[in-house]
Design a protein around this ligand. Sequence first.
Ligand code: 0O2
Length: 221
Amino acid sequence: INPDNFKDKKKELLRFLMGYKFALEQLKTKIELLKNEFKHIHEYNPIEHVASRVKTPESIMRKVQKKGCPLTIDSIRENIRDIAGLRITCSFESDIHVLHKMLEEHGDVDIIEEKNYINEPKGNGYRSLHLIVKVPVFMSDREEHVFVEIQIRTIAMDFWASLEHKIYYKYNKEIPDHIKQDLAATAEVAHQLDKKMEALHTEVNLIKSNHQAEEEAETIE
Ligand code: 0O2
C-alpha cells in the first residue's frame, strides 16, 4: 500500500466515524432533556443509565464481511446501521414503553426501523427494544445523516444480555445444548423478575396516590 494513500484513507475513515460521535452526543443531550422534563412533570425518572459506543473499524469490517456489502464509505453508511449505538437502561418494562413513545413523538428524532425483541424475544431468550434512528449531523462543510441504533432495556434484560454476551454471543463455534438451554432458562428468570418488580411498582404507586388523595381530602375538610 502506498503510505500516502493509506494516510488519506485513515483520515477519511476517522472523519467518517467522527460524524457518529457527534450524532451520539446530540442524542445523549436529547435523552437527558427528555429525562429532566419527565422528572419535572411526573416526579419520576424512568432512566437508570445511558451508555454509548462507536463500533471499532475492526468490528465494522467484520460486519461488512458478514453482510457482503461493498467496502466503500457510502455503502458502509447505508448498510451498517449500528456503527453508533446508544443503550438506555430503564428501571421497569413500562418505562421502555414510555420512553419509546416519547421518542416517537419527538419531532427531531426520526425512527426508521424497529425490532421489538420484548414482544418477540430471540430464541436464546434475548429481550430488548431496538430502534434505528436517523440523525442529522452538521460538519464544518456539510450536513450528513447518520444512523444510530438505540437499544432500550430494563436492568434485568441488560444484566442477562451483558453476561450472555461475555459467555456466548460472539462465539461462533458449537456450544453444548445444555448451555443454550440454561441461558434461555436464565433469561426467563430475568423476565419473571421484571414482571414481579413491575407489579410491586404498580402496587406502591397505587398506595402512594391513595395516600395523596386522603391527605388532600383532609386538607379540604
Ligand atoms: P455489539 O458488540 O454489542 O455491538 P443488523 O444490524 O440488522 O444487520 P443484527 O446484528 O442481527 O443485524 O441486529 P440486531 O438483531 O438489531 O442486533 C444488534 C445488536 O443487538 C448486537 O450488536 C448486540 O448488541 C445486541 N444483540 C442482539 N442479539 C443479541 C443476543 O442474542 N445477545 C446479546 N447479548 N446481545 C444481542 P452487535 O454488533 O452484534 O454486538
